[in-house]
Design a protein around this ligand. Structure first.
Ligand code: GAP
Length: 442
């Protein structure tokens, strides 16, 4: 049974995720990604970019700045409405989200939910804005305040006209963006599920108003399929439409793709029908016309927007949780990440059986031939069993072993992480063998 503690321990032990500023005691709910974490995230982002931009004619990319004009956040409604209700406890001095008291524990004994202990003394709830502030320029005053973006979406709306004019697209078309966002979350504490600095993969799809519902349903299906194609178990995924009282200030309909995390069903991605709210707001605040004019038909309208909004960190956590497995091999417990080969940080490990008799030299030759084609790792330290276990724990789908026979007839064994089958393959045919393996898994 996979627990969050096991995921935290494995990802630390193997160099996927480290607590930020650990040598200084850490910094609340921020994380750094180590060598395998970076590779996994890059593969997740590449898979998203490929599905959203490269493989389609109707979506283009954008990379807008983290710092936007402060009016952006007035227009978007974030300055006024991007808040969480917060209560303080006068007894213990802690701060909690008023709508999530049942999910947390009072730090004092007896261990109960905040407000339920004999000494608890909670204030009335008040609204707390989640945007992080900084100031721009040499003078720090009210006029210099800017915000770190809480979502990448607004940079897309602000560039609607630029992209429309330069990309020669017409609705229905989309603009996709991957980048960091920041929120001063009150409740974190679920590893990388909810952090204050995180990365989003968002796409705003601009459609004629009468096509909004049809495209909303289309994107629900597409986004569910993306996760399943990359290996998430369909049993661990579900769609949950938002209740009217949960809808964000901009949304006329949202469904969450939820994943069964070790902590229960929680949002993995939100798909929203944002209507024409954003373009109208930015048009009003900027004075620019943000609409589409069809020169062929003479029709003029403000497009409606369907938005699939995913998180890189949360997707990474879901892929790790789903891939985590423990089994027994030759009487020994094995931990294995059964990551989809496309997501695996390392595709192939090249391992000389012993560190002599010309095996390391031949292994280096094999590794050098594979490296331009896929992420390959050379490892000669420790027993072969321990090296296999290490690769299993980082999710490497194939391990190539160079043994004495390899020097006689230029063949190697290829061990499959999941079936543990060992195939004898000619070194000359190895690149093709592995590339076929990658292609077969999609
Ligand atoms: N533009 C719409 C928007 O930002 P959201 O539901 O607030 O919608 C979209 O965020 C996705 O971004 C979430 O489904 C989640 O995957 C990710 N996300 C949001 N807040 C996060 C946080 N504090 N930490 C990690 N990921 C977060």
């Amino acid at each position: 049974m996979v627990t969050m503690d096991k995921i935290v321990a494995l990802t630390k032990r193997r160099g996927f995720v480290f607590p930020t500023s650990e040598i200084y005691g850490g910094l609340g709910s921020t994380y750094d990604y180590g060598p395998y974490g970076v590779a996994l995230r890059r593969n997740i982002k590449d898979a998203w970019w490929h599905a959203m931009v490269i493989s389609r004619d109707d979506i283009v990319g954008l990379d807008s700045a983290i710092l936007q004009h402060p009016r952006t956040w007035e227009a978007s409604g974030h300055l006024e409405s991007f808040t969480d209700p917060l209560v303080d406890c006068r007894a213990c001095g802690q701060r909690f989200r008023a709508d999530q008291l049942e999910d947390v524990q009072c730090p004092q004994k007896p261990s109960v939910h905040p407000g339920e202990g004999p000494n608890c003394d909670l204030t009335e709830a008040r609204q707390f804005n989640l945007m992080l502030e900084t100031s721009l320029g040499p003078v720090r005053d009210a006029g210099s305040i800017v915000y770190l973006r809480p979502e990448t979406a607004q940079g897309i709306f602000a560039n609607f006209k630029n992209v429309l004019q330069t990309s020669r697209r017409k609705p229905p078309f989309g603009i996709a963006q991957i980048g960091k966002s920041f929120r001063n979350e009150i409740t974190t504490k679920q590893f990388i599920f909810r952090t204050r600095e995180f990365e989003q993969m968002e796409m705003e799809f601009f459609v004629p108003p009468d096509q909004a519902e049809e495209w909303f349903l289309y994107w629900l299906d597409e986004r569910m399929r993306w996760y399943v194609d990359l290996g998430l178990s369909p049993d661990h995924l579900r769609l949950r439409p938002h209740e009217p009282d949960e809808l964000s200030h901009y949304s006329s309909g949202t469904s969450d793709i939820e994943y069964l995390f070790p902590t229960g069903w929680q949002e993995l991605e939100g798909i929203a029908n944002r209507g024409d709210y954003d373009l109208r707001q930015h048009a009003q605040y900027s004075g620019e016309k943000l609409e589409y004019f069809d020169q062929g038909t003479g029709e003029r309208y403000v497009p409606h927007v369907i938005e699939p909004a995913a998180g890189v960190d949360r997707a990474m956590l879901a892929f790790l949780v789903d891939a985590y497995d423990e089994d027994e091999q030759e009487g020994e417990k094995r931990t294995v990440l059964r990551l989809h080969p496309r997501l695996a940080p390392i595709k192939v490990a090249v391992l000389p059986l012993v560190r002599r008799d010309g095996q390391p030299e031949l292994a280096h030759e094999v590794h050098d031939a594979l490296r331009p084609l896929m992420a390959s790792e050379y490892d000669e330290g420790g027993s072969i069993g321990r090296r296999y276990r290490r690769q299993d724990e980082i999710g490497t789908p194939w391990a190539v072993t160079i043994d004495h026979e390899s020097l006689e007839n230029r063949t190697v064994t290829v061990r499959d992480r999941d079936s543990l089958a060992q195939d004898r393959v000619a070194i000359d045919g190895l690149p093709e063998f592995l590339q076929r393996g990658l292609a077969e898994t999609g």
